[in-house]
Ligand binder design. Structure first.
Ligand code: ADP
Length: 390
């Protein structure tokens, strides 16, 4: 019961009212009991002076004993009434002051944290994202009332805002960096052509075209990335055969495999049931993984695609005998714009976004994606799973 008053704002507000009323009553009672005797004495002594004849006007007519007693009783009552009213007025004043002070103190306890939050939110709005507020419940005890919980939620919100702002700045930096490279190349070719330093040969036009093509792919990738990161896409789930999708991608990339001299081998489980997936999105994931395998495998190398069932999911594996990935780089390859070998990937046109998108798409299907590699120069394997139940 007591803990309710400590941990609930409503309890604390109720308690504060009770405290204010109690303080008022105590001060009123104390002040009254202290001031009544003094006031009474003062009025009684005033009355006795009057009666002893000092200030008493000379009575024209002789008064009887009964009249005197009645007059005295009236005077006594009037005196008593005045002294009680005086004492009450004094006590009420004191109680009012005490109640105001108690209310100020208590309301400051309730309003104080809210004001702190308001100031902190203003500072965050002005761009100071590191702003946080203290949570007294955590510091003093481990019991959190509503205000402490509000402060905690406020700090969590500030954390998220700070991270989002950091990501936004990083993204802007990355995007401008990525755009600068092909733009600088195009500008260089154009300046060379205008100055006559570079000849207007088909190769020059081809190089300008390649850079423009890279820009276009980058812009497309960025558009796709913003869509998947904001979860602004819907999955059009239908029954699909994963083996058919793999064969589609393999036949699309067939000419590139032949041109590069890379061998493709497939070992697909014929007994796999159909699964509920968005075929276009899964084609996108497969194209990225098989395309990467082809890109990072030297001529004469091999790529193996393997499908198998593991309990309630299908596991798809793309293994290559290519350049491999160093163990310390494995956790980073899903980060946007990450390239294990920056110069090589950039010249081969990779933007470092493909795996970020693939990971988001696999997660949207409630699957998992991971990579393994024995090390640089030793090839790599990319696996992803898709659940079998709808
Ligand atoms: P990119 O467009 O640069 O290939 P990805 O997001 O698809 O971007 O891949 C990120 C990085 O992961 C690549 O730049 C590369 O360094 C590494 N990577 C991806 N696939 C492979 C692979 N099969 N073999 C070796 N490295 C790979």
């Amino acid at each position: 019961m007591l803990s309710y008053f400590r941990t609930h704002l409503a309890g604390r507000v109720f308690l504060s009212y009770v405290v204010v009323v109690l303080v008022g009553i105590i001060v009123l009672a104390t002040a009254t009991s202290l001031s009544i005797p003094a006031a009474y004495d003062r009025h009684m002594s005033g009355m006795s002076t009057m009666m002893s004849g000092g200030n008493m006007p000379l009575a024209p007519a002789p008064a009887t004993g009964a009249d005197n007693a009645q007059e005295m009783e009236v005077e006594l009552f009037a005196s008593y009434q005045t002294s009680v009213s005086e004492a009450l007025a004094l006590a009420a004043g004191a109680a009012l002051i005490a109640a105001v002070l108690a209310s100020l103190l208590i309301s400051r306890q309730v309003v104080g944290p809210v004001q702190k939050m308001m100031l902190a939110s203003h500072r965050i709005a002005e761009g100071e994202y590191a702003e946080r507020i203290a949570v007294p419940g955590i510091v003093h005890s481990n019991q959190l009332d509503e205000l402490d919980q509000l402060a905690l939620s406020f700090n969590q919100m500030a954390d998220k805002l700070e991270k989002t702002e950091l990501m936004r700045r990083q993204l802007l930096g990355d995007v401008s960096h990525e755009l600068r490279t092909p733009l600088t190349a195009i500008k260089g070719y154009m300046e060379g052509l205008m100055d006559g330093v570079i000849s207007a040969s088909p190769e020059t036009y081809q190089q300008v075209f390649t850079e423009a093509d890279r820009l276009q792919r980058l812009v497309n990738d960025l558009q796709e990335l913003s869509r998947v990161e904001a979860c602004a896409f819907s999955l059009d789930l239908k029954p699909v055969s994963i083996n058919n999708l793999i064969e589609t991608v393999a036949s699309h990339l067939g000419r590139q495999f032949d041109e590069k001299g890379v061998h493709l081998q497939m070992k697909l489980d014929d007994n796999l049931p159909e699964l509920a997936a968005d075929p276009d999105r899964i084609l996108q994931v497969l194209t990225n993984l098989i395309g990467n395998a082809l890109q990072y495998t030297q001529p004469g190398g091999n790529i193996y695609i393997h499908t198998t069932r593991n309990q309630n999911e299908v596991v798809i594996t793309v293994t290559d005998t290519g350049i491999g990935i160093a163990p310390d780089q494995l956790p980073n390859i899903y980060k946007r714009f990450y390239r294990a070998d920056k110069s090589r990937s950039r010249t081969s046109g990779g933007s470092g976004i493909g795996l970020t998108i693939a990971q988001a798409l696999v997660k949207a299907h409630r699957g998992r994606i991971w990579a393994e590699s024995p090390g640089e120069g030793k090839g790599s394997s990319f696996h992803f799973t898709l659940p079998l139940e709808a």
